[in-house]
Design a protein around this ligand. Structure first.
Ligand SMILES: [Zn+2]
Length: 665
């Protein structure tokens, strides 16, 4: 039995001072928590500023303390082994536990910086001839220095940053410390590093917890009398199960409230790497965020899907994200321009005040737009993950197969078109699917992405190439969205075909599943190709169709031109010109509706015309319902409803003609 860690954000609405029994209202509590967090932040900032050098970062990266022992995972212990202490400002009485929390925060930030530092070092070591475009050899040299988990976007962003530095200083940065300022520390107190002398936590019943924490009573505590134990009652959200273990939280103040980021661990079942029979495969789509299919592994290595495409179509939301990103770029450009102007100005300048006010407004707006993009990305990712999990649960699947994002080629057309739903959203979706799947003991396994949408999932064992066109009725044009197989006649949505191939690769290659020891991430690196059949087969050809095929005649012949009743093009109607516009018989496009009389009680009456109807699947598109109620949380997302169709391939066998009563034969 392993454990899953999640974080619930709770609010402390007030507290009681333990000895005096005095009630501390929310505003005062927020102030005291802010003082504590401020003390810790100042210590963290001083510590990081002192250690933001190449030599100190090397010492931390070496992983060995001054005593020759390996550095532990606990950040504050690691810093103490390196003798990186920090003392509070003179006259301040701050207990050692607060210093520990500050050291923990500093260690986390410095360890995060190690990753960026390795990336910068690798890029500088293999600095390309033309920074705008690396050659294949340059890419290989760079990739050899980096781990597989570094994404192309990270490399691109760091390359841009280094290029900007090169333009300014005409020399490559020697280290990350040249390129960046010391990382800023958030105003929060990581109580995980403290012990019973600063904070304790106990659970009270199913839906409550009691946090005891020592808080300063003044901004600059001068002695131990300026500190007091506070008891904070916390209401737990219903997402925290009764059997969960609560961990020590992190405190921060947001919008005048004390926020308690409370991690909790709950026991989860074990999801085996192999031995799966029913699985779900999902592909990252072009217009749809996820396209999936459900399949079953049959005897003799056959894979049969239930023939139903599952789609989470987020085009509406991705269009919104696109607009927001454009707005963010616009605001960022404005902000940079104003900053440049402000640098060249003195405070005495008459324009300074107006410009700095405008700059402050733009900066706030830019931050607001950034926060909104982050929020939409996160919500979309969790909504899509929830949907994918619901589909897997409804179909009885025990495993979900996804494309490996690291091997997903970010080059070519796919890379550009997919920029709408950024790789960041996909990363978030994967993380969310992993988290939710762990709760239900469903395995999440990534399979290689190469060639998933290139080869037919139904024939050729991964050798017959699909042709792609824009739509099923535009077969002769070159396109993207629609796949058809010249060998077997398969004709379906490109992403659906890719999802089927991903599922087949996963179910057939499950013996080769590898589990990363450190992260528990499951991957299939080997490509095992196989065909996937769809359970719903086309109807048997009618007798007339069979005869037509046998005699090689056309089942629906077109009459010769002379035999048709219509044998000439339809003459054009007289066009609407200035002369005959008054006599036009055309119905006006818009029906005129009298405006509602202001002040009457019936204001807001619906204009004439057909009443809006309840949503129904459009003709020819079964399954895909634009239903805002459908659990996605977005109005502009079309997701296949989650239906449990029962088991399609292991039910009682269909009666054969000989089993039927005589009357039906
Ligand atoms: Zn085929």
């Amino acid at each position: 039995m392993s454990r899953l860690t999640a974080t619930a954000t709770c609010t402390a609405h007030g507290a009681i001072v333990e000895v005096a029994g005095q009630v501390v209202p929310q505003a005062l509590l927020a102030q005291r928590v802010a003082w504590l967090a401020g003390l810790a932040r100042d210590l963290t900032a001083r510590l990081i500023a002192a250690r933001w050098t190449a030599a100190d970062l090397d010492a931390l990266a070496s992983g060995v303390g001054l005593d020759g022992r390996a550095l532990p995972a606990k950040g504050w212990v690691a810093l103490r082994r390196l003798a990186w202490g920090v003392t509070p400002a003179s006259g301040q009485h701050v207990c050692d536990r607060v210093a520990r929390c500050a050291q923990e925060q500093a260690a986390r930030l410095l360890r995060l910086a190690q990753h960026r530092r390795a990336l910068v070092a690798a890029i500088v070591a293999t600095w390309p001839q033309h920074p705008g475009k690396r050659t294949d050899a340059e890419w290989q040299a760079l990739r050899a220095l980096l781990s597989d988990r570094v994404s192309a976007a990270e490399i691109r962003n760091r390359t841009r940053q280094i290029r900007a530095y090169l333009d300014r200083h005409h020399v490559l940065p020697a280290d990350l410390t040249d390129l960046e300022e010391a990382p800023a520390s958030a105003t929060q107190i990581v109580l995980a590093a403290a012990d019973r002398q600063l904070a304790t936590l106990e659970r009270v019943g199913e839906l409550g917890a009691r946090l005891r924490v020592k808080l300063p009573l003044v901004a600059c505590p001068a002695s131990g009398r300026d500190w007091a134990w506070h008891v904070l009652p916390i209401a737990l959200p219903p997402t925290v199960p009764a059997e969960a273990t609560l961990c020590t939280p992190t405190l921060r103040v947001a919008k005048g409230r004390v926020r308690v980021d409370l991690p909790f661990q709950s026991p989860i079942g074990f999801a085996p790497a192999a031995g799966h029979v029913i699985g779900c495969g999902f592909d990252w789509g072009l217009n749809t965020l996820l396209t999936g299919t459900v399949g079953r592994l049959m005897a003799k290595g056959r894979v049969v899907s239930d023939g139903r495409p599952l789609a989470y179509d987020a085009s509406g939301v991705s269009a919104k994200l696109h607009r927001l990103r454009a707005e963010r770029e616009h605001l960022a450009a404005k902000k940079t321009h104003q900053e440049r102007l402000l640098v060249g100005m003195t405070v005495a300048d008459t324009r300074f005040a107006a410009l700095s006010t405008a700059h402050e407004a733009i900066r706030a707006e830019h931050e607001r737009v950034c926060a909104k993009i982050r929020h939409v990305n996160k919500t979309l990712a969790w909504s899509a993950a929830r949907w994918a999990l619901d589909q897997a649960l409804a179909s009885g699947a025990t495993v979900i197969y996804l494309e490996d994002l690291a091997t997903l080629e970010a080059r070519g057309r796919r890379g550009r078109a997919n920029a709408r739903l950024s790789g960041q959203v996909r990363g978030q979706v994967v993380a969310a699917i992993r988290h939710l799947a762990a709760k239900h003991a469903i395995a999440v396994v990534t399979v290689p992405a190469r060639g998933t949408s290139k080869y037919c999932p139904r024939c050729g064992q991964g050798t017959s190439t699909l042709t792609h066109c824009p739509a099923p009725d535009r077969r002769t044009e070159r396109g993207w969205a629609w796949a058809s197989c010249p060998a077997c006649g398969l004709s379906c949505n490109r992403d659906w075909a890719a999802a089927e191939r991903i599922l087949a690769r996963g179910l057939l290659g499950q013996q080769a599943t590898r589990t990363d020891r450190a992260t528990g991430v499951r991957t299939i690196l080997a490509v095992v190709e196989g065909n996937l059949a769809r359970a719903r087969r086309p109807r048997k050809a009618t007798r007339a169709a069979r005869r037509a095929r046998r005699t090689r005649t056309d089942l629906h012949p077109r009459l010769a031109a002379r035999d048709r009743s219509k044998n000439r093009p339809t003459p054009k109607r007289p066009t609407r010109t200035a002369n005959n516009s008054m006599t036009s018989s055309r119905v006006p496009d818009r029906r005129t509706v009298p405006a509602p009389v202001p002040g009457t009680s019936r204001a807001g009456q619906r204009p004439a015309g057909q009443a809006p109807q309840a949503t129904r699947p459009p003709a020819g598109r079964t399954g895909l319902v634009r239903d805002p109620q459908h659990r996605t949380g977005f109005h502009r997302v079309a997701a296949t409803p989650v239906l449990s169709l029962g088991h399609y391939a292991d039910g009682p066998p269909r009666p054969r003609p000989t089993d039927l009563p005589e009357i039906f034969r």
